[in-house]
Ligand binder design. Structure first.
Ligand SMILES: [Fe+2]
Length: 530
């Protein structure tokens, strides 16, 4: 099966019926780098720690033998991650911290696969760098061929290139890198289109079956043209959220989409294995956390819990709220209890100046979705309310929220801050109260990082008829109320403060060219209490 068969045939046809056949055939390839020769490389996404580098890459055609990554005088043999030899990973260990290396990739016959490029490791945990700049965004997924009209991948790439022009030292993509929902629970069964669901053989393995082809055809066009090789020198941290498990978070009597069923868990894991790096080990993150030491040839690498540690200056804790969620009422959790213990220990630690909580769903605002921390639900009049129960929402989730919020607010000499994903809006506010917990003395800075790829129908006000608002459970002083535009956030960490710059671009009123000179529409400076 090739792409055209997939898109024209029954597998994709239902989604493309409204598109002209010739536009269907236009699956975008990777964006052309401006000053670097990618050779055979179609996409390349690296992550780093102080001593390790993990790279995921795909090539224009299958490679017959193992390619190698050369870093300085050391050579690291690639590991094939699919069954045809197109997708490879390179795992380098025992590197020097805070060092810019020259990297090169070569085929088994020694021929270069692309031009060499640079990548730096992070400072060691005890080092004291003066500054650290990171890019944050969410929801960059969605195929160009989807009739809902996600922002075209070429424009998403243009947004990311503008973000890269500010030279961030790391990128955090917080969830929803792939939109290929297998169920459409919002549509009742007689009218529901099961085409996507049935395109997979759900009792077969993902790899080595037609499933592998379908997965690549579904996910590749949402990732390769968005990132290409543009992040080759910028370490990336991709956290997974609901759509990365090939579904929206929705709960109805006939189907509850989380925790994920086995096959969809395997799709999420396979997407990560092929396209973007898992999280490198960290001395402070226990290796026994669930999915925290996957052993796919990359020792100690975690799928769902990530640490971005930049010397003594900054640490970002990344946690996926979908994978270990439970539905056990008052004792329910999003985060496995051992993972929560790790988050608590890091929040209580004194060994880093700035600590950011980056869960895959948002603190501070509600759009009435099922798997929010908060019980607010849309009523029959299209208003968010807590007067009615939210079906299948679990009281224990909010208790876990309160434990995390209390630990963040109790930090000494640190700004309590969360930069989260999932919500299709950019915003910043201060959480002053959470239930009975008064936070006025040490309010939590809550940031919605901003979405890159949202479709016209994907904004909360379009999808549910209401914009995101602070839930009834919280008092939030909104410095920037949620804005439903394509957007991203750049954070500068300095020893005494965090400076945030917020960028947005309006599809309705601005030209794509305007992206190239985008400036912050808002800035926020948070001082570290001393
Ligand atoms: Fe999400």
């Amino acid at each position: 099966m090739d792409r055209r068969d997939f898109l024209r045939g029954s597998l994709g046809g239902a989604f493309l019926a409204s598109r002209a056949a010739d536009s269907v055939a236009q699956i975008p390839g990777p964006p052309a780098p401006q000053t670097w020769d990618p050779g055979q490389v179609r996409h390349l996404l690296p992550t780093v720690s102080d001593t390790r580098i993990l790279i995921k890459a795909s090539f224009a055609k299958p490679l017959a033998g193992s390619p190698s990554l050369r870093i300085g005088a050391s050579s690291f043999r690639g590991q094939m991650n699919d069954t045809e030899g197109t997708f490879w990973q390179f795992y380098a260990t025992d590197l020097q911290p805070n060092r810019r290396y020259s990297l090169s990739l070569s085929a088994s016959d020694g021929e270069p696969l692309c031009q060499p490029w640079d990548l730096a490791t992070f400072p060691a945990p005890g080092m004291r760098p003066e500054s650290f700049r990171a890019l944050f965004f969410t929801c960059a997924g969605g195929p160009d061929t989807d009739p809902r009209g996600f922002l075209p991948t070429a424009i998403r790439n243009r947004m990311l290139r503008r973000a890269l022009s500010f030279q961030p030292q790391a990128m955090v993509a917080n969830g929803d890198h792939v939109y290929w929902d297998l169920h459409s629970p919002r549509v009742p069964p007689p009218r529901r289109d099961n085409t996507r669901l049935e395109s997979f053989n759900r009792s077969a393995l993902v790899f080595g079956d037609r499933n592998e082809t379908v997965l690549k055809l579904a996910a590749g066009p949402q990732i390769v043209p968005v990132y290409g090789t543009d992040f080759r020198s910028t370490p990336v941290f991709f956290l997974q959220d609901d759509h990365d498990y090939f579904d929206n978070d929705e709960a109805w009597d006939e189907i509850v989409t989380f925790p994920p069923v086995w096959f969809q868990l395997e799709l999420a894991r396979a997407t990560q294995r092929l396209y973007y790096p898992e999280f490198l080990p960290d001395e402070n993150r226990p290796r026994g956390l669930p999915w925290g030491s996957i052993g796919n040839g990359a020792d100690g690498v975690s799928e769902s819990w990530g640490t971005l540690r930049f010397g003594r200056l900054a640490e970002v804790l990344l946690y996926d709220v979908r994978r270990t969620c439970t539905l056990s009422g008052p004792s329910a959790v999003y985060i496995d209890p051992e993972v929560e213990r790790w988050l608590m220990a890091r929040t209580e630690s004194q060994d880093v100046f700035h600590l950011v909580h980056a869960p895959s769903n948002p603190f501070g605002w509600s759009a009435g979705k099922w798997m929010e921390w908060y019980p607010d639900v849309l009523n029959a009049f299209g208003k968010l309310t807590t007067a009615e129960p939210k079906p299948y929402w679990q009281a224990g989730w909010l208790k876990q929220h309160d434990r995390l919020v209390a630990a963040m607010a109790a930090m000494k000499n640190r700004i309590p801050i969360t930069i989260s994903g999932d919500l299709h809006a950019v915003a910043i506010g201060k959480i002053l109260r959470a239930g009975k917990l008064n936070l006025e003395k040490n309010p939590i800075a809550a940031v919605l990082a901003g979405p890159i790829g949202t479709s016209a129908a994907g904004w909360p006000s379009a999808f549910r008829g209401v914009s995101s608002t602070p839930p009834a459970y919280l008092d939030v002083e909104e410095e920037v109320k949620p804005i439903e535009q394509h957007s991203f956030t750049i954070a500068d960490f300095l020893s005494d403060r965090i400076s945030l710059r917020f960028f947005k671009w309006d599809l309705k009123t601005q030209s794509p060219e305007a992206i190239d000179t985008l400036q912050p529409f808002h800035m926020a400076e948070l001082a570290r209490p001393v």
